[in-house]
Design a protein around this ligand. Structure first.
Ligand code: CP
Length: 331
């Protein structure tokens, strides 16, 4: 990780003086209890009882949420929209292709303009690292910023929904070995997953990738690095696959798609190296036959669609936490 990104973490304050969450920009620097509070709230928001859901529908009923996505998204944008609506908020999805930033307006002026319309929460995705942090530094105290993915830097709500999915499926993190597999170099998801797993006390975190897709000094993040997938998968409890981010690659970092799948694609034979009850995850969008074989992606051991569904409850929990409205029974 670059010095620039380390300083981004260090300089950013997403917590108020008494530890309340003002913005949700990155997992780094948050205490274990804060992550557990979010996971416990998400458990309540995942309840399907219509009476309980009705109670949740008033928690943000006077609030406006703006989804400000400057980069494509299916899962994150849609689940934030559903989450906001389930909490009773007005949710606006901006078509950034038609925003006035195209006419030269700065992102900060766009945000100030939307703030003037009484927006309470901005959900921000951008291809540049640091955009959500920049906006958070310029909004008044009553406005909250959620980082929905910034460049290669962080995707904290994805990491939290992954932690929720793991906790629901496997329980105590301190008993579990994890392997994060694929394009670690370009992955904001991997960075946020590693931070969250460490805070929650994972037994062991391995990263598996060709040397060209491993950041230098990755071990400084507290993980062990493997370039041999069979070795790296041995006895792990959770296999977390990543997308090959071809659009972010400069130069030829893999020999070919076929060769990548041969060495780093997750197929049934490889999965047999992991613990017998190991589960498989992928944040999506996934490339079948490149990172993961279809029969594995669609198998009973795959939690991929559970991750998508859990994104709603976890994003409800994060928005509710920001405005100080935890659901009943979450503590
Ligand atoms: N996992 C994820 O961020 O997916 P989207 O790009 O579809 O939001």
């Amino acid at each position: 990780m670059s010095a620039e990104l380390r300083s981004l973490h260090a300089s950013q304050s997403q917590l108020g003086a008494d530890g309340q969450l003002l913005h949700f920009l990155t997992v780094e620097g948050l205490h274990k209890q804060k992550l557990l509070d979010i996971l416990n709230s998400a458990r309540q928001f995942a309840v399907s009882d219509p009476k309980v859901k009705k109670q949740h529908a008033s928690l943000l009923d006077s609030h406006t949420v703006v989804n400000l996505f400057f980069e494509d998204s299916t899962r994150t944008r849609t689940t934030f929209e559903i989450a906001g609506k389930r909490l009773g908020a007005s949710v606006i999805n901006l078509n950034t292709a038609r925003l006035s930033t195209k006419k030269g307006e700065t992102v900060l002026d766009t945000v100030r303009t939307l703030e003037a319309m009484d927006t309470d929460i901005f959900v921000v995705r951008d291809s540049a690292s640091g955009t959500a942090h920049l906006i958070a530094r310029h909004v008044p105290a009553h406005v909250h910023i959620i980082n929905a993915g910034d460049g290669r830097h962080a995707h904290p709500t994805q990491a939290m929904l992954d932690m929720f999915t793991i906790r629901e499926s496997k329980g105590d993190f301190s008993q579990l070995r994890f392997a994060i597999v694929g394009d670690i170099l370009h992955s904001r998801v991997a960075r946020s997953q590693i931070a969250a797993l460490q805070i929650l006390g994972a037994r062991e975190i391995r990263v598996i990738a060709p040397a060209t897709l491993l950041p230098t000094e990755i071990e400084r993040l507290g993980v062990t690095a493997h370039t041999d997938m069979d070795e790296g998968l041995t006895d792990v409890d959770v296999v977390m696959m990543l997308r090959l981010q071809l659009e972010r690659m400069e130069g030829q970092l893999i020999p070919s798609s076929q060769e990548y799948f041969r060495c780093y694609g997750l197929n049934q034979d490889r999965l047999n190296r992991a613990a017998p009850d190991a589960v498989v995850m992928h944040p999506g969008p996934m490339n079948r036959g490149l990172e993961i074989a279809s029969d594995v992606a669609d198998s009973e051991r795959s939690l991929i669609l559970s991750q998508v569904k859990n994104g709603i409850a976890v994003r409800m929990a994060i928005m509710a936490e920001l405005v100080g409205m935890r659901p009943k029974g979450s503590s």
